[in-house]
Design a protein around this ligand. Structure first.
Ligand code: ADP
Ligand code: MG
Length: 209
């Protein structure tokens, strides 16, 4: 049975697809059999990304497939070591179904209170619905400064949730990488790759723990 890691949020744009692709890429590069399940049927951006990746012949190739529900993705999980769920920007029921199916639920968030407050609220709802606290973690993205990162960590910590080590700074090169079918861990700039690596590695460590 695969380890199941889901990226969820009610908002669009915090980085669900970005981080899901990077985790799938790093898992595949380390020799795991990985499936990236795109549950954002309306947008299907990870499916598009995988086509671009295929077109440019980027290795390792990553198996991406669209599923309408988490249950349908789970049905194929036993064929893989790692199932990465790229969730839709949507609320409640769908997110809870995904969370129930997952060993680790990661919510990317920007560092502003406008982003963090709803993120914490969603985690509160999941805990209330019976999802164990230990399975939840925030991943900080679109960060500008160290001070901003520190403030965001403090806020989430106070709310009682884990924040993954590392964060992604806001950089056009991360967008460019993905435009070309690469993951953020394959960005052109070594420092940016390393940054992304720290964040993704903290997810890998949690799966392994
Ligand atoms: N750290 C970053 N720096 C610059 N652009 C980013 C960063 N993270 C994500 N993006 C871009 O922001 C947009 C939204 O990210 P995406 O991962 O698609 O979010 P979601 O899947 O949560 O809606 C995409 O264009 C993506 O390339
Ligand atoms: Mg997305």
């Amino acid at each position: 049975m695969a380890a199941v890691v889901a990226f969820v949020s009610q908002k669009g744009g915090p980085g669900k697809s970005t981080l899901a692709r990077a985790l799938a890429r790093e898992g595949a590069a380390s020799g795991l059999k990985v499936k990236l399940a795109d549950l954002d049927l309306q947008q299907g951006t990870s499916l598009d990304w995988s086509r671009t990746r295929l077109q440019f012949g980027i290795e390792p190739s990553i198996s991406v497939e669209a599923f309408s529900t988490a249950a349908k993705a789970l049905a194929v999980a036993d064929q893989y070591d790692l199932l990465v769920i790229d969730g839709p920007a949507r609320a409640s029921a769908g997110t809870l179904e995904i969370a129930k199916a997952s060993d680790l639920i990661i919510q990317p968030s920007g560092a502003s209170l406008d982003d963090l407050r709803p993120a914490v609220k969603l985690f509160h709802e999941l805990v209330k619905a019976g999802i164990p606290l230990e399975r939840l973690a925030i991943a900080l993205n679109h960060v500008a400064t160290d001070a901003e990162e520190a403030d965001a960590r403090a806020y989430v910590g106070q709310a009682g949730y884990a924040v993954l080590a590392g964060c992604l700074v806001e950089r056009p090169l991360y967008r460019q990488a993905q435009n070309g079918g690469f993951a953020v861990t394959e960005a052109k700039h070594a420092r940016l790759r390393e940054r992304a690596d720290v964040l993704i590695q903290s997810i890998v460590n949690r799966i392994a723990a």
